[in-house]
Write a protein that binds this ligand. Structure first.
Ligand code: BGC
Length: 744
């Protein structure tokens, strides 16, 4: 009887295809290693099938091999949520009704949490959404360095510091990839502005490249293990980066030994030979042969499609590079779509909304809080006046490729109303009219933001309402329209647009309890800052924006975000503008803009510190509703050799009345060096949660790499023996305790 049962079970399992037949080909046998499967699949492919694997077949997918059961590869933007489905050949909506997602906060907000655990949560959650939607590659995260506050895409990146961006990108990747979904870390590299993004030739010395612009990508490869990378639009050494000998072959695949796939940014491929030889593996988004709008069959005209096939057939090029590309694409498939042990993912779950709200709450930065105006005191009946377009405008739509169709988005006004409940009247007036557009690529918010009143009328109304309010909360900043925080264009200046300064100044005169909330992914000028007691940096917070903002304004969440980039007072205080050649110099008879990064490594706080230029708000700055007292920073040894590490300790106490979290930052200075070094550089940080009265000791261990600079002549990292200083700081302009040590 028992024997019979076993036989029946075995029969029904194999009938259901659950038992692998003895003759299962190696490429389909998941018990075999990825490399074995790749080699087996490669050996079975025809030339045409190989070519079919290395270029797009639609806006967001590439071909599999139907004959062999190798599925198509599906990519999706990225990086803040899973983009809605578009037509096969067009950016227009496909019109699905089941493709709404959770919008997570923008990556600037994630970076502002200074909390790798939040990054892992973010990656895991968005990866689950990607997996549920059957996406194999998530087009993100972005780690281009914040070089100028005019860059329209800074909101998609992780700030100005290579160390912070490196620490924050790794857990995101791991979280996403734990779902069997690849990250595609972008935009590698030197894509630091949107203006002329296809035609800017970045001219950067090697030291700057290695110290500032590459570390986050290197961490993504070596520590995060990203399965794909997106090459950027710009040029470097006169070659487009999508087919760049230096960045792709020499550094990424050579020095770093990268085995993943390099995907072109959409439309970033421009040449018939370089994409073959210079490290591109998968071509997307190209507009060739005048088929500019992606008419059907444009894909056959891609550089890595028919032209490549013909070049091989005519003997003009060999197949060595082709096999390398195919191996990388197959590897990507076996790591994702052809991995049988993948979890199934989930979409729009309560856990994802909760994650979005937590990350947003941890990333909001309290920039200023004179007289402890915040959190709002709602103990007696109050009138709270909310002013400003960004209190109501949906921000998940717009901005370019990161635009989302969010299942819901709580506006700041709605979030505040629900948090305040019947404790106070929350009244709203417009204050200014910014950009009333409410759609991108056919995703529409359904809002009607049109208001034809003049600026004077709007200000007069706001001032009148402000006079008898207990609090006035102005919610403004930038938005996702062109020349704001938006792909494919840069901002035109540092100032707030749409006459907001005048509204804020008028409100400050009318009511002393004014809170300014800036919704943006970039620093803005604040000429009124001394007249406004409380200023909050709120980023683009995604689906739970209003709830997260209300959490912080009402004190349900004690703010613990810190700035991931410096806020300069004016553009003349930004190195890329005074030393560098932003936005580049056009060549005489060519549509190429050469842009020298003359400021070198002095980006952000490295520049402010070294040139003693006070920022409006410093890198690493962020206040709390409680106070933290730092003890003395100590080192476990006074001197170390190059092979040793040194461990620093500092006690931190919450001396206030409420629980809160502090980001303790460790900077290292090399006061005497044979080369120029910034005054100090971030080399460690920890976020500690402390109850009132509680003390915790924070430890940092650093090795030689934290003391090194990149010696371009020797092409290696060098730590010069001598004295160094470690600083424990609450912000880059707020050092609390320092200790010297020596490298022998
Ligand atoms: C952007 C990428 C994006 C791609 C696909 C490009 O224009 O630069 O970041 O992933 O489009 O939408």
């Amino acid at each position: 009887m028992k024997k019979f049962l076993v036989a029946v079970i075995a029969f029904s399992m194999s009938a259901a295809g659950l038992v692998q037949a003895a003759d299962t080909p190696v490429y389909l046998d998941s018990s075999k290693s990825v490399e074995e499967r790749v080699e087996d699949a490669l050996s079975r492919l025809t030339l045409e099938e190989k070519i079919g694997l290395i270029h797009a077949q639609s806006k967001f997918s590439s071909r599999g091999v139907r004959r062999l059961g190798i599925p198509e590869l599906w990519t999706s933007d990225g990086p803040h949520g899973i983009r809605s489905e578009v037509m096969w050949d067009e950016w227009r909506q496909a019109g699905w009704t089941n493709d709404s997602c959770v919008a997570f906060p923008a990556l600037t907000c994630l970076a502002a949490t200074w909390n790798p655990a939040m990054s892992e949560l973010y990656g895991k959650s968005i990866g689950e959404e990607a997996r549920y939607r059957n996406k194999n590659v998530l087009l993100g995260p972005g780690v281009n360095i914040y070089r100028t506050p005019l860059n329209g895409r800074n909101f998609e990146y992780m700030g100005e510091d290579p160390y912070l961006a490196s620490r924050m990108v790794v857990p995101y990747i791991k979280g996403v990839q734990s779902n069997g979904v690849a990250t595609c870390v972008k935009h590698y590299a030197l894509n630091n502005q949107e203006l002329n993004r296809h035609t800017t030739n970045a001219i950067v010395d090697d030291r700057t490249l290695y110290e500032i612009y590459l570390p986050a990508f290197k961490a993504a490869v070596h520590e995060g293990g990203t399965w794909s990378i997106m090459a950027s639009y710009n040029l470097y050494k006169n070659q487009h980066v999508c087919h760049n000998q230096y960045l792709l072959n020499d550094i990424l695949k050579g020095e770093w030994g990268y085995d993943g796939a390099v995907i072109s940014d959409w439309g970033g491929t421009h040449d018939s030979i370089q994409p073959i030889t210079n490290g591109l593996d998968l071509e997307f988004g190209t507009w060739t042969d005048g088929l500019k709008l992606g008419k059907k069959n444009a894909y056959d005209s891609y550089f890595l499609a028919d032209p490549y096939l013909e070049a091989i057939k005519s003997g003009r090029v060999g197949t060595k590079e082709l096999d390398d590309k195919v191996r990388r694409v197959l590897r990507l498939m076996f790591r994702t779509s052809m991995r049988p042990d993948r979890p199934f993912g989930s979409m729009c779950s309560p856990e994802h909304y909760d994650a979005a709200r937590r990350i947003a709450g941890e990333g909001i930065v309290l920039l200023r809080n004179e007289g402890g105006l915040l959190p709002l005191n709602l103990s007696t009946p109050k009138k709270v006046l909310v002013v400003g377009e960004n209190a109501v405008k949906m921000m998940t739509i717009g901005g370019g490729s990161s635009s989302l169709k969010a299942q819901h988005e709580i506006s700041p006004l709605d979030g505040l109303r629900s948090a305040v409940g019947d404790k106070a009247e929350v009244k709203y007036v417009r204050g200014y009219v910014g950009d009333v557009s409410t759609d991108q690529d056919g995703v529409v918010s359904g809002q009607n933001l049109v208001d034809d009143r003049s600026a004077e009328e709007l200000i007069a109304e706001a001032v009148m309402e402000a006079k008898d309010a207990d609090y006035v909360i102005f919610v403004g900043g930038l938005n996702k329209s062109p020349h704001q925080d938006c792909e494919d264009s840069d901002r035109r200046g540092l100032g707030l647009p749409y006459g907001q300064d005048a509204v804020i100044e008028a409100l400050a005169k009318a009511n002393k309890n004014l809170v300014v909330v800036s919704v943006s992914g970039n620093a803005v000028a604040m000429p009124w800052v001394d007249e406004v007691p409380a200023v909050v940096q709120a980023w683009y917070l995604g689906s739970e924006a209003g709830n997260a903002l209300a959490d912080v304004l009402t004190g349900r969440v004690n703010p613990s975000g810190k700035l991931p980039f410096s806020f300069p007072v004016c553009l003349e205080d930004v190195a890329a503008h005074v030393m560098g050649e932003y936005p580049g110099v056009k060549r005489q008879n060519e549509n190429i803009w050469d842009e020298k990064y003359n400021e070198g490594i002095l980006v952000g706080y490295r520049w402010h510190d070294t040139k003693k230029i006070r920022p409006l708000f410093a890198f690493g700055h962020g206040l709390s509703y409680t106070d933290f007292e730092y003890g003395r920073l100590t080192a476990d040894k006074k001197s170390m050799t190059g092979d040793e590490t040194v461990t620093f300790e500092i006690p931190v106490t919450n001396t206030g009345k409420v629980a809160g979290a502090e980001v303790v930052q460790l900077y290292i200075s090399d006061p005497k060096s044979s080369v120029m070094r910034p005054v100090k550089e971030l080399k460690g940080f920890r976020k500690v949660y402390l109850n009132p009265g509680e003390t915790k000791t924070v430890t940092f261990t650093v090795g030689r790499d934290a003391l090194s600079y990149f010696d371009a002549d020797r092409h290696e990292w060098v730590a010069e023996p001598g004295k160094f200083t470690a600083h424990a700081a609450a912000a880059s302009d707020d050092i609390r305790s320092s200790v010297d040590f020596t490298l022998k």
